[in-house]
Design a protein around this ligand. Structure first.
Ligand code: GRF
Length: 195
């Protein structure tokens, strides 16, 4: 089983996956980020599919063309299972054509509560006393695929976005690798089975 990890940020979740010894064969990023440095430090192959080459972050962004480039990067490394770990671009249909049912994500809230990019802010702003994280299969609809695992994290009265997000990430660094192992053990097969 060959794992490809998609990152955009600091990559601490990626680091936890590598520390767990998961078979990560490539780390793909949509921008220059700490996750690429962590991959290089672990002698894992990297691919930078820079969004700026596909219209950047505004209305001109060519999502399908970008998504195809991500798929090509994953296929260059014979990836079987795609692991999103703080990836900042919503991918479109071409990735689901190839990797349907083989894309996992971790989200810093108890879905379906607080989907989207600002899950931790939104939980705090709503005055939630409990939030958490969700590991799920990614589908075309953002943060909406089948839930595989969830764990609660209590909100403290003095929490900021940073302190709460860090406590959630501590859980994600344990729950995500454990859930990936379960998916691998359940026999997701190789990508060739999707053809
Ligand atoms: C995690 O909280 C993940 O759920 C969210 O982005 C964060 C990634 O953190 N989508 P890091 O860059 O791995 O530290």
């Amino acid at each position: 089983m060959r794992l490809g990890v998609l990152v955009s940020g600091t990559g601490t979740i990626l680091e936890a996956l590598l520390a767990e010894g998961l078979p990560v064969v490539v780390v793909v990023a949509d921008r220059a980020c700490g996750g690429l440095d962590i991959a290089s430090g672990h002698q894992v192959a990297t691919e930078l599919v820079d969004r700026r080459r596909f219209g950047g972050f505004g209305d001109a962004f060519e999502r399908d063309t970008f998504t195809l480039a991500i798929v090509e990067a994953l296929e260059r490394h014979d990836v079987d299972l795609v692991i999103m770990a703080g990836f900042g671009t919503v991918l479109s249909q071409p990735v689901h054509d190839v990797y349907d049912g083989r894309i996992m994500n971790t989200h810093p809230a108890l879905l379906p509560a607080y989907p989207g990019w600002h899950a931790v802010e939104d939980a705090l702003a709503a005055g939630a006393t409990v939030t958490g994280c969700t590991v799920h299969l990614a589908t075309l609809d953002m943060d909406a695929g089948p839930i595989l695992a969830q764990e609660e994290v209590g909100v403290r009265p003095d929490d900021t976005v940073a302190t709460l997000h860090e406590r959630i990430k501590e859980v994600e660094r344990r729950l995500y690798p454990a859930t990936i192992r379960k998916v691998m053990a359940a026999g997701v097969g190789t990508k060739e089975d999707n053809r």
